[in-house]
Design a protein around this ligand. Structure first.
Ligand code: SF4
Length: 225
């Protein structure tokens, strides 16, 4: 067992990349690697295995197209525009949108932009099938309506199945809850990109919680000090 893993086993925190301030791996500045550096201790065989993944025609192409968008538009395109540019360069035949029904207006706006860009797409909302939450064992008292009748469950597995059946080339998530997004990603055959993560408290901008971690109204005020 490595020294750092042994420390973690004993309850001490294991340092990793989030603890690294200088990030010298960006320029492979070996002299500045911290003692716990993941690059300094990388398994050469596993590293080689990772590089061989890019020999796959599709994966290598995606990585190079992604790099071309970054290179041509870094800090000049917002995420929505960047996503559209990526789709165009990848020449995807059809794009799937898996959306929360609560963010349907946002999905509709994005759909309009795809339409105007000549990109074929198809949207499926999270309540597809309209099955009651109790169908999968969610108790009545955990419904948002307090158990007052039917409340449809989110069905991210079905969302993925609909898009799989259409053979979409690329799926985009709009506002799926944490966990539902995981289930969708787990079941999607096409590569997935996240456009909006749902955060009803922070305008779907969860990074605000991190930027304000020690702030007056922060949920993490005490632990952020
Ligand atoms: S790989 Fe090493 S240098 Fe790079 S961020 Fe992680 S700890 Fe820092």
């Amino acid at each position: 067992m490595s020294e750092t893993r042994e420390r973690a086993r004993r309850g001490a925190r294991e340092f990793s990349c989030a603890d690294c301030v200088g990030r010298p791996c960006r320029s492979n500045d070996v002299a500045k690697f911290p003692s716990y550096c993941l690059t300094a201790h990388v398994d050469p065989q596993r590293l080689q295995e990772s590089l061989e993944k890019y020999d796959d025609k599709d994966m290598g192409h995606m990585a190079r197209v992604c790099a071309s968008v970054e290179s041509d538009f870094y800090c000049r395109l917002n995420r929505v525009a960047e996503t559209i540019e990526f789709i165009k360069r990848m020449q995807y035949r059809e794009v799937g949108i898996a959306t929360c029904v609560g963010l349907m207006p946002e999905a509709r706006l994005f759909s309009g932009l795809l339409q105007a860009s000549g990109i074929s797409h198809y949207t499926v909302g999270c309540k597809i099938g309209a099955m009651d939450k109790t169908t999968i064992g969610i108790p009545e008292n955990q419904k948002l309506n307090g158990g007052d009748g039917h409340e449809s469950m989110c069905n991210p597995v079905m969302q993925a199945m609909v898009l799989n059946d259409r053979k979409t080339d690329f799926n985009i998530l709009i506002g799926l809850c944490v966990g539902h997004d995981s289930l969708f990603i787990q079941h999607s055959r096409a590569p997935v990109s996240v456009m909006i993560v749902k955060d009803r408290v922070l305008g779907h901008n969860p990074v605000a919680a991190l930027y304000n971690v020690g702030g007056m109204y922060s949920s993490f005020k005490e632990i952020g000090k």
